[in-house]
Design a protein around this ligand. Structure first.
Ligand code: 13P
Length: 252
C-alpha cells in the first residue's frame, strides 16, 4: 500500500507574512490528517520559516530546485547540502517551468537528480507533455524519454526512494485538469516504463498528479489506482483549499 502524498508547490509566490499565516493554518488543520504525507515546497527564502514552524509536526518541506555540487562559484544557485541544512527532505527536479522557462535539459536534470540523492534528499521528478506533444500523439514517447534519461544516468535503484509527478503542461495553472482516466492512463504508463527496469520499484514508487488539482476534483483523481496523491500549485496557496485536498487523499 503506497501512502498518499499531497504536496504544495508555492512557486514564486507569497511574502514572509503570507508564509507565516499559511504554514500556521496548514499545521493546525493537518493535525488530524495522519493518513497522508504532506510536503510544502516554498520559495527558498521561506525554508527557514518552514523549519521553525513545522519541525514539531508531521509535515515535511523541500526545495523547488537545486544546483549541482556542495558549494562553489555559482552565483544565484542553491545546493542540495544547503537544502539539507534547512531541514529539507525533498526537492523538485524538472518541474515543467524549469524545463521550459529556464531551458533545463534532460542531461542537467539527470545530474540534478543524482546531486539530490547524493546529499540524501528525495527527488520529486516531474514529467509531462505540452499540448502540442499531446496533440501530435507524442505523450508517451516524451514521458519515456524524460524518465529514461534519469534512470540511465542515476540507475533504477535511485528510484527506490523517489517520487514522480506527472504534470501535463497544458493543465498547469490553466484550470484545465486531465480527467481521472487521462491521468490514470499516463500514471500506469509511467509504472510500465519503470517496470521494464525493475518491477518491484515500479510498484512501490509514488506517482503524483499535478495540474489544476482543486478540492472539487481531487477525490476523483486520487481514487484512480495509480495516482498516489497530488502536486498542487495555485490551490496550495489557500490553506482551506489545500487542506481539503489533503482530506480527499485520506479517503481514497
Ligand atoms: P496548478 O495547480 O496551479 O495548476 O500548478 C500545478 C503545478 O505546477 C504544481 O507543481
Amino acid at each position: 500500500m503506497r501512502k498518499k502524498i499531497v504536496a504544495g508547490n508555492w512557486k514564486m509566490n507569497g511574502s514572509r507574512y503570507d508564509a507565516h499565516v499559511l504554514l500556521e493554518s496548514i499545521k493546525q488543520g493537518a493535525g488530524t490528517l495522519s493518513g497522508v504525507e504532506i510536503i510544502i515546497f516554498p520559495s527558498f527564502v521561506y525554508l527557514q520559516q518552514c523549519e521553525e514552524t513545522l519541525a514539531d509536526s508531521l509535515i515535511s518541506w523541500g526545495g523547488q530546485n537545486l544546483y549541482l555540487g556542495r558549494a562553489g562559484a555559482f552565483t544565484g544557485e542553491i545546493s542540495g547540502a544547503m537544502l539539507v541544512d534547512y531541514g529539507c527532505q525533498y526537492v523538485l527536479i524538472g518541474h515543467s517551468e524549469r524545463r521550459h522557462l529556464f531551458y533545463e535539459d534532460v542531461n542537467l536534470l539527470a545530474a540534478k537528480y543524482k546531486a539530490a540523492q547524493y546529499v540524501g534528499l528525495q527527488p520529486v521528478l516531474c514529467v509531462g507533455e505540452t499540448i502540442e506533444e499531446r496533440e501530435a500523439g507524442k505523450t508517451e514517447s516524451i514521458i519515456q524519454q524524460q524518465l529514461a534519461s534519469v534512470v540511465e544516468a542515476a540507475s533504477i535503484d535511485a528510484f527506490r526512494q523517489a517520487v514522480i509527478a506527472y504534470e501535463p503542461v497544458w493543465a498547469i495553472g490553466t484550470g484545465l485538469t486531465a480527467t481521472p482516466d487521462q491521468a490514470q492512463e499516463i500514471h500506469a504508463f509511467i509504472r510500465q516504463v519503470l517496470a521494464a527496469y525493475h518491477p518491484g520499484i515500479a510498484q512501490s514508487v509514488r506517482i503524483l498528479y499535478g495540474g489544476s488539482v482543486k478540492p472539487d476534483n481531487a477525490k476523483s483523481l486520487f481514487a484512480m489506482p495509480d495516482i498516489d496523491g497530488g502536486l498542487v500549485g495555485g490551490a496550495s496557496l489557500d490553506a482551506k483549499a489545500f487542506l481539503a485536498i489533503c482530506q480527499a487523499a485520506m479517503y481514497t
